[in-house]
Design a binder for this molecule. Structure first.
Ligand SMILES: [Zn+2]
Length: 289
């Protein structure tokens, strides 16, 4: 009898341990930036902002490094390495260089940032790309061994944007960013996705800014939740009711922004924007655990 009780207890303990392993959570996530854009007037990005709220902004180009027991993840790879150290016009359209005024140095590029944090780029297991614009998909080519997670529609969009979004290359979509990674392994999604099957890294479809934009929700080991909006929400002004000026669909953009905002409120999550100067100054360049 005693022996069978011990067996039952052992069984229970084993079940508990294996179920907690099945719900592994994010060990830590680091928020960094691929240099900055600016300064330029905020109305260049958000024309709906009234005159009295106009100001010049110098904005971050958000990238996230996620340490998970099942593997290292990078969420967005920033501006291409070729535009570093004042060489923007060698790779991007001159008009975009003049407009965005990127200040990226070589040390700001994702591979260098990984190295600073003690990781090597070839150990990255998963690269999640929010969308295929030049400041988010710039260095996917640095990760030939990773599984690249992107919405299928966004791949189509990157290769053949609607005409009003601009088809010149290099433009807002830089064909060379995508072409150099064409033979990689893509997990092409058509909707939301639970990356490791344990709820800890959830991909959320947030179209509008582009056709197949996606955001990420993280569940930290400490119990906290983070929503990484990227360009579903550029900055606080968008949440305050001023829509971004560059959208594939304003209707989808508004639905996606509301989705993340309500998720923040219902789940008590922290919501991080893709290009918010003030939020990055207060909360960027650090680990969340
Ligand atoms: Zn962006």
């Amino acid at each position: 009898m005693r022996k069978s009780l011990a067996v039952v207890l052992f069984g229970l303990l084993y079940a508990l341990l294996s179920s907690s392993a099945a719900f592994a959570q994010v060990k830590g996530v680091y928020w960094t930036t691929s240099g900055k854009f600016g300064p330029f007037p905020i109305t260049g990005l958000i024309p709906s902002i009234p005159k009295e709220k106009q100001r010049d902004v110098t904005i971050p180009v958000s990238m996230w490094i996620i340490d998970h027991p099942k593997g290292l993840i990078v969420f967005d790879t920033g501006n291409n390495v070729a535009i570093s150290d004042g060489n923007c016009k060698s790779y991007w359209a001159a008009g975009n260089c003049d407009l965005l005024k990127p200040s990226q140095t070589r040390a700001d590029v994702i591979d260098a940032q990984l190295k600073t944090l003690g990781y090597s780029a070839d150990k990255v297991k998963v690269v999640i790309t929010s969308h295929t614009h030049l400041d988010h998909a710039g260095n996917i080519a640095m990760f030939p061994n990773a599984i690249h997670v992107i919405q299928k529609k966004e791949l189509y969009q990157g290769w053949w944007p609607e005409k009003f979004q601009g088809r010149t290359t290099p433009g807002t979509f830089v064909m060379a960013d995508l072409a150099s990674a064409r033979e990689f392994n893509y997990l092409e999604l058509e909707g939301d996705y639970d990356l490791f099957g344990d709820g800890s890294v959830q991909i959320l479809t947030t179209p509008g800014h582009t056709l197949g934009h996606q955001s990420v929700k993280l569940h930290l080991a400490s119990g906290g939740k983070l929503i990484l909006a990227q360009d579903a929400i550029w900055m606080q002004e968008n949440v305050d009711g001023y829509p971004a000026g560059l959208n594939y669909s304003v209707l989808d953009y508004t639905k996606s922004l509301n989705r993340l905002k309500f998720m923040r409120d219902l789940e008590g999550a922290q919501l991080f924007y893709g290009h918010d100067e003030i939020q990055y100054a207060a909360k960027g360049g650090r680990w969340y655990k």
